[in-house]
Design a protein. Structure first.
Length: 261
């Protein structure tokens, strides 16, 4: 079928799949899922590249310049004569499997999906847990640069506390290797306190405040704050609340002072 059309090739492929044994059908499904992820990533990259100017010089004068090995469209700037794609000078520039990255991103941010651990998501995508962890750090770093949307209408706000995690700090490992260079960490590892857990004085010492704000449309934000004093809360709350909003709080004196201001 040297001169077959895409429709004819698809018919042959579907007929061949229907005749496969179950084990090979599973392999075909995995291959189709991989191809789908790659195609979706290419579409996303092409949309970004079509809408942006040259990332090197900022010129809008460009021409199409073929495609990459992955199939993404490449552009050439008429001003600086350099080429780029939708990934150039973005956090995805050095990611070799953007299709899997987008799948990991959906697992993190999709409200209808429960985020998996790095180990479980790596097993699902066929990559190591360290790769998933690095991808998530890229997402977190980019989320820190996003300005919060202004909440309006009826808004509720309150602070909560989250225990600081020292997982991955290797502070105890370094102390065990060289106690003279690395002093003993200020607390034990959490499981070493036993079934009753650490004393409340230690628990309070390692709690970090978070400011939660939500409006009636479901738009919400959680922001780490240094402490729960009035200047800190006011600096974090005011930029993300519309001036005519009605703010509900629990009667804490910090919020009363902010409301008077």
């Amino acid at each position: 079928m040297r001169h077959a059309t895409p429709a004819q090739l698809l018919d042959v492929l579907l007929k061949s799949i229907s005749e496969l044994p179950p084990a090979q059908i599973l392999r075909a499904e995995a291959a189709l899922a991989t191809a789908r992820r790659r195609a979706e990533a290419v579409v996303e990259i092409d949309e970004v590249g079509k809408a942006r100017a040259c990332p090197h010089c900022g010129s809008d004068d460009r021409v199409s310049w073929g495609s990459t090995r992955a199939g993404a469209r490449r552009w050439r700037c008429q001003g600086c004569s350099r080429t780029w794609t939708g990934r150039t000078k973005t956090p995805l520039a050095r990611i070799h499997r953007p299709g899997l990255f987008i799948e990991a991103l959906r697992n993190m941010l999709n409200p209808g999906d429960n985020p998996l651990s790095c180990r479980k998501l790596g097993a699902r995508l066929g990559v190591s847990r360290d790769t998933v962890w690095r991808w998530r750090m890229i997402v977190f770093n980019q989320l820190l640069k996003v300005e919060p949307n202004a909440l309006s209408g009826i808004i509720e706000t309150d602070e909560t506390f989250q225990r600081e995690s020292r997982k991955g700090s290797r502070e105890w490992v370094r102390h065990a290797q060289d106690p003279t260079l690395f002093p003993q960490p200020p607390r034990k590892r959490w499981h070493e306190y036993g079934r009753k857990g650490p004393p409340q004085s230690i628990v309070r010492q390692w709690l970090r405040p978070l400011l939660g704000v939500v409006d009636r449309t479901g738009l919400a934000s959680f922001q780490h704050i240094r402490d729960n004093k009035q200047p800190t809360i006011e600096a974090a709350l005011m930029p993300q609340v519309a001036p005519d909003a009605m703010v509900l709080f629990d009667g804490a004196p910090q919020y009363e002072a902010i409301a008077r201001t």
